[in-house]
Write a protein that binds this ligand. Structure first.
Ligand SMILES: Nc1nc2c(ncn2[C@@H]2O[C@H](COP(=O)(O)OP(=O)(O)OP(=O)(O)O)[C@@H](O)[C@H]2O)c(=O)[nH]1
Ligand SMILES: [Mg+2]
Length: 417
């Protein structure tokens, strides 16, 4: 069963497919495709072509229309004739079992969707027993309905030929049992085992957390690749794996940070992403416990990303899903060193867009809105880090006094152990 954990070979080529809909205009779709290409690259696939189609919504049977599917198939055939094999076609939304089957039949190459691609990266990144178990469980959750689909289809055939009546499974039991039914049972058993294992890990972690003593807990949250791990490395002098790839971090790391004489715990965790599969969030519940139990959230934002505002929304929505919408939060606008904008000439009468806003202007607007609730830094260039530390010190101290009113020893006598 292990084989399917890492299914993609390195440096394959990929074709991407997305829709332009009434709620998702062309510019958005292109940005989403950029992200999908980045995901593909992280998984080890080079994007060679993108296809888009205007539709009100995805088609139930084939996601894109028949004509578009033909176009994609012709492209794949031409490439093959020129000895450039297309490794896979990746769709930007989650495909149903039916869509997956129909498209596969038509295109005859490997078909992935956003979910299976993300799962693949997660499988590649998982390091600890905990992360591996969570990913494997999420993969089975993704597989099962797609398998079941095929199975119900066979079941109907079996039912017709068998003893009749009931829900058809009669003719499939015992010697008539199909491979798929067996696969399905093996998967269900395996899933039960994995859930059990996660519950055990959960219990251990809960005990660990209880033993941490009376320290304020701060959690780094944010979209993937915004610089969370870089920041914890900077603040805690720790060594968390950080790189310019998506989902570099899957597991939660907790470090003790001391600012002045004030110690607190800082955790780094998996990044969020647009359209994250719910099952995946579910599977990562225990990883995200650290966020759920935090006293303060540091929401890190990549200011240099053209779509940072939407990323903020995605993170806020995910936080709300986790029941963390009401937690105190500081927005840390990171990567100010990489922020770019185009200054408009005085006589330029075209409308001012977000591309025309200077860093200072942006700072002013957000500070006016959030005051002490936000700060602008560069973790890589170490800009404004002292100010961030000051802010953290003030906020954590405030929370500490509220939460542990009799535990004031920290401020006078605490010394780095
Ligand atoms: N230009 C610039 N790049 C930065 C800054 N901070 C981090 N980076 C880069 O951004 C990339 C992602 O950084 P990480 O710290 O791995 O980001 P993360 O949020 O932990 O990402 P995931 O764990 O993948 O979700 C790395 O290449 C960093 O070097 C910054 O202030 N400026
Ligand atoms: Mg990280």
């Amino acid at each position: 069963m292990k084989e399917f954990i890492r299914s993609e070979a390195q440096t394959e080529t990929a074709v991407l497919v997305a829709l332009i809909t009434r709620t998702q205009d062309e510019r958005k779709t292109n940005e989403y495709l950029d992200e999908l290409a980045f995901l593909a690259e992280t998984a080890g696939a080079r994007t060679v072509k993108r296809f888009t189609q205007r539709l009100d919504q995805p088609l139930v049977a084939t996601y894109v229309g028949k004509g578009k599917l033909d176009e994609i198939r012709r492209y794949i055939e031409e490439e093959e004739e020129a000895d450039r094999e297309v490794g896979m076609v990746i769709f930007d939304d989650e495909l149903s079992a039916k869509q997956l089957r129909n498209i596969e039949r038509e295109l005859k190459v490997k078909i992935l969707d956003r979910t299976s691609l993300i799962l693949d990266i997660f499988a590649m990144r998982a390091q600890t027993a905990n992360a591996k178990t969570q990913v494997e469980l999420a993969q089975y959750k993704y597989m099962l309905p797609r398998l079941q689909r095929l199975w119900t289809h066979l079941e109907r055939q079996g039912g017709g030929a068998g003893a009749g009546g009931g829900k058809g499974s009669v003719g499939l039991r015992g010697p008539g049992e199909t491979q798929l039914e067996m696969d399905r049972r093996i998967i269900l058993n395996r899933m039960a085992l994995l859930k059990q294992r996660l519950a055990d890990i959960d219990r251990q972690k809960a005990t660990q957390r209880k033993n941490r003593g009376r320290l304020i807990r701060v959690a780094l949250v944010g979209y993937t690749n915004v610089g969370k791990s870089t920041l914890i490395n900077l603040l805690a002098k720790s060594d968390v794996f950080a790189e310019n790839k998506l989902f570099a971090t899957l597991d939660t790391t907790v470090r003790k940070v001391i600012i002045g004489n004030l110690p607190f715990l800082l955790s780094d965790t998996v990044g969020f992403i647009r359209k994250i599969p719910t099952d995946l969030v579910d599977s990562f519940k225990s990883t995200l416990d650290e966020v759920r139990e935090a006293d303060l959230l540091l929401h890190v934002v990549d200011l240099s990303h053209p779509d940072f505002e939407e990323q903020i929304d995605v993170v806020n929505r995910t936080l709300a899903d986790l029941g963390c919408a009401e937690k105190p939060v500081i927005i840390v606008f990171n990567k100010i060193d990489a922020y770019t904008w185009t200054e408009k000439a005085e006589d330029d009468l075209t409308p001012t867009t977000k591309e025309n806003i200077s860093l200072e202007e942006l700072q002013r607007t957000w500070m006016a809105k959030m005051g002490d609730g936000c700060i602008f830094i560069s973790a890589r260039q170490r800009e404004n880090i002292e100010a961030l530390k000051d802010l953290l010190y003030r906020r954590v101290r405030e929370l500490h006094v509220q939460k542990y009113p009799y535990n004031d020893f920290l401020f006078d006598t605490y010394e780095e152990a």
